[in-house]
Design a protein around this ligand. Sequence first.
Ligand code: BJW
Length: 233
Amino acid sequence: MSLIYRNIVVLTGAGISAESGISTFRDQNGLWENHRIEDVATPEGFQRNPALVHQFYNLRRAQLKDPKLQPNAAHLALAELETRLLKAGGHFTLITQNVDNLHQRAGSRNLISMHGQLQSILCPRSRKTRHWENDLSVEHLCDCCDPPQLLRPDIVWFGEVPYRLDDCYQALTEADLFIAIGTSGQVYPAAGFTRTAAGNGAHTVELNLEQTGGSFDAGYYGPATQVVPAFVA
Ligand code: BJW
């Protein structure tokens, strides 16, 4: 891709990390196959059974410490694209729905983790967050509130408002190219970003294993580790 675009916004989903070994949500063997979404990804589920929710996220947080888990060629290609575009005087924003840390480790800098991060925990009352790499249990209470509150994963669950939406919409408004990578486009508000970008004049592209049914100007299909480096080269 020659740098005819000056202002690129990329939205990534679980598919970009699939080839690094992280399960997606809605594919076969996806994370939701063994869990009811309302049990592990809602504030109500956490209230009902915090131990179950902790178990679900502890397993996924532990995976991030596995030395075999590495950013793949698609994560790296996006970090390189950002560097190239900045050198050419352009703007690059990477919005990820993923809660792993693979974009950070690949070197992406202008990154919005709109659904939170596995390696962060949250006091639900004060909204204070802190970095956390280990298991979390019902014995972990905050030290910022009286009475102390049960700490929870810093993940945006269904019914909660994603992080930094103002920054997302600002970037989408200014984009001349919008690329959605490895996302099924089933979860809002991210699922509406294509329409927002297109409505502001951006060219919209989907890179995915298969076509999702979203409305894009162009689409390129195959594994992210092949399609992403080829598209941004
Ligand atoms: C590959 C590949 C390879 C595979 N290479 N590709 C009715 C209508 C409209 C909206 C709603 C509604 N009822 C409720 C809502 C709102 C709700 C929602 O959207 N629900 C839908 C299910 C309908 N949304 C919310 O509640 C959000 N908040 C909200 O709306 O607040 C209100 C508000 C908004 C704005 C302003 C003011 C107020 C919050 C959503 C939070 C989502 N959180 C989750 C779970 C986090 C917990 C966890 O991590 O465990 O985030 S849901 C889950 O889905 C996770 C993901 O980030 C998200 C998106 O999934 P993603 O990434 O697309 O993964 P998959 O698995 O679906 O797709 C993978 C794709 O990769 C596929 O396409 C494959 O083909 C592809 N792929 N291998 C390339 N190798």
